[in-house]
Design a binder for this molecule. Sequence first.
Ligand code: AMP
Ligand code: MG
Length: 342
Amino acid sequence: MRQTKRWYLKNDTTYNQEALIEAANLLTSGETVAFPTETVYGLGADATNETAIMKIFQAKGRPQDNPLIAHVATKEQLLKLVDGLPAYAEKLVDQFSPGPLTFVLPENGTCAANVTAGLSTIAVRIPDHPVAQQLLKQCNIPIAAPSANISGKPSPTTAGHVWTDLQGKISGLIDGGPTGVGVESTVIDCTQDIPTILRPGGITREQLEAVVGRVGVDPALTNKTDRPKAPGMKYKHYSPEMPMWLVAGSARKIQEVVDKERSKGQRIGVLASLETAEKINADEVMSLGKEMDEITANLYTGLRTYKSNDIDMIICEAFPETGIGEAVMNRLKKAASIYIRD
Ligand code: AMP
Ligand code: MG
């Protein structure tokens, strides 16, 4: 057990500057620090230092074969980590970086071998959060930063989530309030003739297609028999404390499932859009919000809210798989043990 230093950022720029310098010093000296990005909180370490990267895997309990995303502040720094950039990838970098889009490109040996889990490609992202940007500029090295949660649990969208999972296991936590998007970045493979989505995320397929035309999707995303090209996608993820069922259809359909399970003595917590939540009667009901963007931002807090002392099972509404809904449903299907659709 070690002491985890927590900096609460405020509107005091002098304090914030001192906190960021202290955090950057820990990172450049090989320690782990969690920080907010616009997607979820990341757990950072020096991407060029193999020993520092090992600390990320240890703290999270992350499988060794699941490579990390290297975070940099600028396009110039991104170019220093990769062996060339196809024309379409450059278009995507110019259009969506900084932002929630991660590029898988041929690597050039700058990052430590355990960042890429021994692959010949590296995943790189330029985050758009002001704290992440300032921290990366202050460090001036690539920072590998997977989501700052215990592997298998829902990703952290508040500093409180990080504290619950990793307090005592990491050196620092920059508390910059809740993150924005609420789901992880889109991971796009840029090593083939056309870009291919390996993980749906903060930048939607429609947004990508508007810039580069045709975009492929890793067959493993829709078909369980293929082996995913993003090694992390094969793992079960985002699991709440108790079993979760995903239910498609009207509020009435969801209510039927809730009633049936309650009649067996199960205590049911429901996660749904505001519109559906208002119509549902269960042991506990939590609205994730009105519009899809709000539902996305509240998703992981929703999955973490129910405690096994109070609730035996979560029933969650299924959402349309368009726009950001593609990323939300990708996470919910992984979290759920059963998907009921008519
Ligand atoms: P995380 O940062 O934990 O949200 O996960 C990063 C995702 O990117 C995981 O699914 C990884 O398997 C994937 N990833 C990282 N590096 C690569 C790579 N070089 N090739 C393919 N997928 C990658
Ligand atoms: Mg993760």
